[in-house]
Design a protein around this ligand. Structure first.
Ligand SMILES: [Zn+2]
Length: 304
């Protein structure tokens, strides 16, 4: 096993076990709920020096559920008021989750808090949320175009990109296909980030899951924008068996992108960081290449 600490640049945490189980909706394979207590124990056991918590709130789904419960006979004015209240309630939940993520990171050395934002926020609220959470320790922004049903080049997110570029906050986004559900519109395909990168060329962007299914497109973008990276989460996992890509395919993917552009991530609690690290450590890569993937790339790209 590795004789140096590693950085897990992609995982998720939950304030209570039942929330973590619910989020995994029966398809998680680590056997963990995703609590801070479990994570701290894993970090000690696996020599994981830093864990980047990509916590987000499923605002779109929350709003859909609340909207479906509105009485059908509301007047147009009352309906508009109720819909606005639902929007504000979902944003308040997102803000509480961000605050929680920053608070647990302050209490646990090695935890790195990333916050969620949503295009349903108005621009001023979004910019303020970034500013406020940075004061509480936030180190980056997580986006999930598929779950949030937004295109990355949606104007509503530009205040976030603007703040991120200004403050040097990396953005880590889900990218490519989505394992939990189909996304016929392919919200998260890498090409949807091109307009963003053109306007914010200083942004550091990590496309998760090796841009699942869209590696060619990602490589093209990475050639034009040196601040774009990929993470291994969910695609080079050793937790699931059989492996979704063979060792040869995994190495070919890494070399194609360049080993200085790939970050180790587990997507815990869906997968298991120690098992995944062991799998990648077993790939026929040089010691130097592994050190980049397991530690130095994340340290440099995410400013850790
Ligand atoms: Zn994830």
């Amino acid at each position: 096993m590795l004789d140096y600490p590693i950085i897990d640049a992609h995982l998720h945490t939950y304030p209570r076990p039942e929330i973590g189980w619910q989020a995994q909706s029966g398809i998680g394979s680590s056997g963990h709920a995703g609590t801070i207590e479990e994570l701290v124990a894993l970090m000690r056991e696996g020599n994981i020096a830093k864990a980047v918590m990509l916590n987000m709130t499923p605002v779109f789904d929350m709003r859909q559920v609340a909207l479906s419960k509105l009485p059908p006979d509301l007047s147009p004015v009352r309906r508009a008021e109720a819909e606005e209240q639902i929007r504000l309630d979902a944003i308040a939940r997102l803000q509480r989750r961000n605050a929680w993520t920053c608070a647990v990171a302050r209490e646990n050395p090695g935890l790195v808090p990333y916050i969620g934002l949503d295009p349903s926020m108005d621009g001023a609220t979004m910019a303020q949320e970034v500013n406020d959470r940075v004061k509480e320790g936030a180190r980056g922004i997580k986006l999930h175009p598929t779950i949030q049903r937004h295109f990355p080049n949606d104007d509503h997110l530009y205040p976030a990109y603007d703040r991120a570029q200004e403050l040097g906050l990396p953005i880590i986004s889900h990218s490519g296909a989505f394992a939990l559900a189909g996304d016929p519109e392919q919200h998260a395909r890498p090409a949807n980030f091109v307009a963003v990168l053109r306007q914010f060329p200083g942004l550091t962007l990590v496309l998760a899951h090796m841009a699942r299914g869209f590696l060619d497109e990602a490589v093209e973008i990475m050639q034009a924008y040196p601040n774009v990276y990929l993470d291994t989460s969910g695609t080079m996992s050793g937790t699931i068996s059989p492996n979704t890509v063979s060792d040869e395919e995994a190495v070919a993917m890494i070399r194609r992108v360049g080993c200085h552009r790939v970050l180790f991530g587990s997507d815990w609690p869906w997968f298991h960081p120690i098992i995944d690290a062991r799998r990648i450590d077993g790939l026929p890569l040089s010691a130097e290449e592994k050190r980049l993937i397991f530690y130095e790339n994340a340290q440099r790209a995410l400013g850790l």
